[in-house]
Write a protein that binds this ligand. Structure first.
Ligand SMILES: [Zn+2]
Length: 268
């Protein structure tokens, strides 16, 4: 599932291919923007902001959110012929072409063309970005503690507290901190450690093609608990549990996946 690390990596790939280049065509395959034409505009930069991806053109930005299935691919047009996409054409939502490259956004959960003011508005709710220049651990602690009775597993997913953590990372962060995800924020003995772990996990994974929280990305299971319900804990052997957490709160925030994994013995 795409989280802050995935979006950071895709933004870096798109930036390397598109920044400083002029679009020779754009094709928005969503009704709202079907008539938008960005050809002739130069891509200033492509950045990630939490789980949002922004292509900035100066007076306009293309903002996208990958949600569950979305992805951006960059194809080289150097061969001159028609580019062979690696995903079905009917899932393409946005196609941007320069002389050298074709960038295609597939199955995007969200796609908007925004003015700079609209972009600011759209992202104003986000807390400090785990992978951004505005990262501020003290501010994250302040925001988390503003709702002390909320469970830590829900608070970590709320992008208003910190931007970038998704469902995979919240399970892994709680496991590594030894904290049950259902525990209220106020009862987490070392909140600073949870925040530090969140940053570390996102940082080490931001340029990896295969996400991993257990150590080596090439050998063994990539996660301690996520997706391993019913299997033995790699630390203590106890059968890992799969549950749902913060249903009402998360539904309000439109988080589609509420599943959480934990070890009932390592986490208290
Ligand atoms: Zn365990």
């Amino acid at each position: 599932m795409p989280e802050g690390d995935t979006v950071f990596r895709q933004a870096a790939v798109l930036h390397a291919a598109l920044a400083g280049r002029e679009l020779i065509s754009s094709d928005f395959r969503v009704p709202t923007y079907a008539t938008v034409d960005l050809s002739g505009r130069v891509v200033e930069r492509v950045i990630a902001r939490g789980k949002h991806l922004l292509m900035q053109f100066g007076d306009v930005s293309v903002q996208s959110h990958l949600k569950m299935e979305g992805t951006w691919h960059v194809y080289s047009r150097e061969s001159g012929g028609r580019v062979q996409w690696r995903r079905p054409a009917h899932t393409a939502r946005c196609v941007l072409r320069t002389a050298e490259h074709e960038a295609v956004g597939f199955s995007l959960g969200e796609l908007h063309v925004l003015s700079p003011a609209e972009e600011e508005d759209k992202l104003a709710h986000l807390g400090p970005d785990l992978l951004g220049p505005d990262w501020d651990a003290a501010e994250v602690a302040r925001r988390l503690l503003a709702a002390p009775q909320r469970s830590i597993g829900v608070a970590l997913l709320d992008q208003r507290n910190l931007a970038g953590v998704g469902n995979v990372f919240r399970s892994e962060i709680c496991f590594l901190a030894g904290i049950l995800p259902s525990r209220p924020v106020a009862e987490v003995p070392d909140l600073g450690r949870i925040i530090q772990l969140s940053e570390k996990l996102l940082q080490v994974n931001r340029l990896r093609t295969r996400r991993c929280t257990t150590g080596s990305p090439t050998a063994g299971p990539p996660y301690w608990v996520y997706g391993r319900g019913g299997k033995p804990c790699m630390r203590c052997g106890t059968r890992l549990r799969r549950g749902e957490l913060g249903e009402a709160e998360l539904r309000k925030a439109a988080v589609p996946d509420r599943v959480i994994y934990f070890c009932p013995s390592c986490q208290t």
